[in-house]
Design a protein around this ligand. Structure first.
Ligand SMILES: C[S@@+](CC[C@H](N)C(=O)[O-])C[C@H]1O[C@@H](n2cnc3c(N)ncnc32)[C@H](O)[C@@H]1O
Length: 284
């Protein structure tokens, strides 16, 4: 989040800075949790595609900070965050700079939990947008499938999976695929996600793989059985109606001290860093 590049009247952008969240997406996860109680009883959680880390911050604040400090350290919630990009540290979160489409990533995540299964897997994965619509949509779908394949290898029966989707043409095929593994699949739109965007989140509850299912990343679930019926997932708009509308702009309160706030977490390794170094040296 830059200091001046975003519309300062975007209420969630301002709130994120005021409350110390690294990105406004933190509100999406909190509103999903309000609706679906995602964190209830969650002890082992994986945050896929986690950088810059606002979802991991939410997990840390909700799970670690509410943890009864008199309980044994065995019971302390464990959070593993994975991203291609490096992430600045977050209390109680183990960060891994890895590719979720790479099969080795799975065993590294599981080793963080002593090979115990996880209660919750969340994924807010998105590619760097190229502007070529079909290519962007394809890569987004691949990230979602990679997250889904990871989730079915990581989750315990009854576990939950939440992932960002873009409601495009083939979304009903995706719902049927998810329904093969989860008893309940809902498409949820948090109030902090702009209504003008196709972005939504699939909330998959009660992981119940078929009895003969053997998780195996060498045989990823990627082709939906053409005979499989198409599903329509129930759609839920979540987030308190009193909370800010992500598509609206709000006047800045002129009575408050309207001082610009610093960026909560500057990028750790931005792609433009090298260019800036060269420019300072007069080489560009
Ligand atoms: C919208 S951002 C996630 C924001 C994050 N949930 C937060 O709250 O700060 C999408 C992230 O997906 C990551 N990503 C994309 N493809 C990935 C892959 N194959 N493996 C790991 N991370 C990936 C990107 O590096 C990017 O940081």
């Amino acid at each position: 989040m830059g200091k001046s590049s975003k519309d300062k009247r975007d209420a969630y952008y301002r709130l994120a800075k005021e409350q110390g969240w690294r990105a406004r997406s933190a509100f999406k996860l909190m509103q999903l949790d309000e609706q679906f109680h995602l964190f209830e009883g969650a002890k082992r959680v994986v945050d896929l595609c986690a950088a810059p880390g606002s979802w991991s911050q939410v997990l840390s604040r909700r799970l670690i900070e509410n943890f009864d400090s008199t309980a044994s350290s065995e019971e302390r919630p464990r959070i593993v965050a994975v991203d291609l990009q490096p992430m600045a540290p977050i209390d109680g979160v183990h960060t891994l700079q890895l590719d979720i489409t790479h099969p080795k990533t799975l065993s590294i995540i599981l080793s963080q939990f002593g090979n115990e299964p996880a209660d919750l897997v969340v994924s807010d994965g998105a590619p760097d947008v190229t502007g070529l619509h079909d290519l962007d949509e394809y890569i987004q779908a691949q990230i979602l499938l990679a997250a889904f394949n990871m989730a079915v290898c990581i989750l315990k029966p009854g576990g939950k999976f939440v992932a960002k989707i873009f409601r495009g043409r083939d979304v009903s095929l995706l719902y049927s695929q998810l329904r093969l593994m989860f008893r309940k699949v809902t498409c949820a739109k948090p109030r902090s996600s702009r209504a003008s965007s196709l972005e939504s989140f699939v909330v998959c509850e009660d992981f119940c793989p078929p009895p003969d299912f053997q998780p195996d990343l060498s045989k990823p679930l990627c082709v939906v059985d053409p005979n499989c019926s198409h599903e329509i997932a129930p759609f839920i708009a979540c987030g308190d109606l009193d909370s800010y509308d992500a598509d609206a702009t709000y006047p800045i309160d002129s009575t408050s001290k309207a001082t610009p706030l610093e960026v909560v977490q500057p990028p750790t390794a931005p792609p433009y860093k090298r260019a800036m170094e060269l420019k300072h040296q007069g080489l560009l």
